[in-house]
Design a binder for this molecule. Structure first.
Ligand SMILES: Nc1nc2c(c(=O)[nH]1)N[C@H]1C(S)=C(S)[C@@H](COP(=O)(O)O)O[C@H]1N2
Ligand SMILES: [Mo]
Length: 415
């Protein structure tokens, strides 16, 4: 298995031997406090082995870590064109802010400052006076698929489900920035949220990322206060979040209380170093890459998911199987969707629906017939407007395990 045994990455072998040892230990019983001190991958194994914690307001999510809370959605629970709030994945870097629990708005405002003519302090009512904007938008964690990399990359071992597409209501970020008056010196925005750092240290931020002013002024980038017709749920950023579609989920700041318009690239927590960065040039698996040779991730690559049937189903011979799912890309619309039932030897086009709006995922479906009993896999492959296709296997290894857009494959037994 992927996690056992040493691997060629230099300087890490001790850690991984230790991990192998801990893996055997967690097969026994562990107390929860100890669990929190283990590397994320080990914690995951421990949780699979027993912990059946549930998250209030969520259903059927797989918990990858409890502190901070990280939970992904199994593929079959992502079947809806719009991901319901109780099924949307959660990726928290810090603690849940108190306000997300109490839903109290007193003392909350959004501050817009920095390279602007008129710094603004806006309440939610103030924001509601801006033109209303609504869109179905994909949020996908940059680390979705990390579990597929070898040598393994540390961090949450997301498989397929750190993605969702919900209907957001709010206003365009650009309308608010224009109201503040953007100075010619503005090149980047940085966001701040109310979520306390895991340590509880008020001087530290859980995460403070951002994006170039061009993306901030893009008409699809929004400030959202509602998700699928409800106020933003506790884990999704109540009362206000950014949605920066097409970019790694980490650009979509939750529990937002400040936007700092900057005259340089933002340098908040998890903007620098190796966070949400990939090597500027392709590297061999296991390579250690200097921070200076890493570049910020921009658009997320073309990807798709199979939401029906479930992997591993038994199916009767002669009866067609209806296969379906979603496809999306940070580079524009999906232009073609194909499925294969013979390990990629032949491909059949799937029926593909247009997106509800730009950056919404698109529904696809195909009907497959299996003439001979046996074991099959169904592979699904999306192609985007740029002509880019999903790779058959895990693409370019990178130290933090970002951007795995390999095709989703499911197993089907025909008898
Ligand atoms: N304030 C704040 N914003 C945040 C985060 C966070 O921990 N704190 N996590 C980011 C990351 S890494 C992702 S992938 C998305 C996840 O959004 P979701 O939990 O609503 O699915 O939120 C982003 N915004
Ligand atoms: Mo993320």
């Amino acid at each position: 298995m992927r996690h056992s045994g040493p691997h060629p990455r230099q300087g890490r072998s001790t850690h991984h031997h230790r991990r192998g040892f801990l893996k055997r230990v967690v097969a026994g019983a562990l107390s929860v406090p100890f669990l929190n001190h283990l590397p994320a991958g080990v914690r995951l194994l421990a949780q699979d082995a027993g912990a059946t914690a549930t998250i209030p307001g969520k259903q059927g999510l797989r918990i990858l870590s409890d502190r901070p809370l990280n939970a992904e959605t199994p593929a079959t629970l992502l079947d809806d064109p719009l991901t319901p709030n109780h099924r949307h994945f959660v990726r928290n870097n810090g603690r849940l802010p108190e306000r997300a629990r109490t839903k109290a708005l007193n003392g909350w405002s959004l501050r817009v400052d920095g390279e602007v003519d008129r710094p603004l302090t806006l309440t939610l009512d103030d924001l509601r006076r801006f033109p209303r904007h609504e869109a179905a938008l994909v949020i996908e964690c940059g680390g979705n698929g990390r579990a597929g990399f070898f040598p393994p990359a540390s961090g949450n071992q997301w498989t397929l489900g750190a993605v969702g597409c919900a209907l957001y209501e709010g206003t365009r970020l650009r309308d608010v920035l224009n109201a503040a008056g953007i100075k010619p010196s503005a090149v980047y925005i940085g966001y701040y949220g109310e979520d306390p750092h895991l340590s509880g240290d008020p001087k530290k931020e859980s995460i403070s990322r951002g994006f170039p002013i061009e993306k901030a002024l893009d008409p699809h980038t929004m400030l959202a206060w509602s998700m699928n017709g409800e106020a933003l749920p506790d884990h999704h950023g109540f009362p206000l979040r950014l949605v920066c579609p097409g970019w790694p989920g980490s650009a979509s700041g939750k529990w937002l209380n400040r936007i700092w318009v900057r005259d340089r690239e933002h340098d908040g927590s998890k903007m620098t170093g190796s966070s949400y960065r990939i090597p500027k040039h392709p590297v061999a698996p296991g390579t250690e890459v200097a921070d200076a040779d890493m570049a910020i991730i921009k658009e997320m690559p073309v990807k798709s998911i199979i939401t029906r049937p479930a992997s591993g189903i038994d199916h009767s011979i002669g009866v067609p199987i209806e296969v379906r799912g979603h496809a999306w890309s940070g580079f524009g619309d999906i232009t073609a969707m194909h499925v294969s039932h013979d390990f990629g030897a032949t491909w059949a086009p799937a029926k593909l629906n247009p997106p509800r709006n730009k950056y919404a995922w698109q529904q696809w479906e195909a009907s497959l017939r299996f003439p001979v009993a046996g074991y099959y896999e169904v592979w699904a492959r999306a192609t985007d407007a740029q002509g880019q296709m999903q790779p058959m296997i895990v693409p370019g290894w990178n130290p933090k395990g970002y951007l795995n857009n390999a095709m989703h494959r499911i197993a089907v037994k025909i008898s």
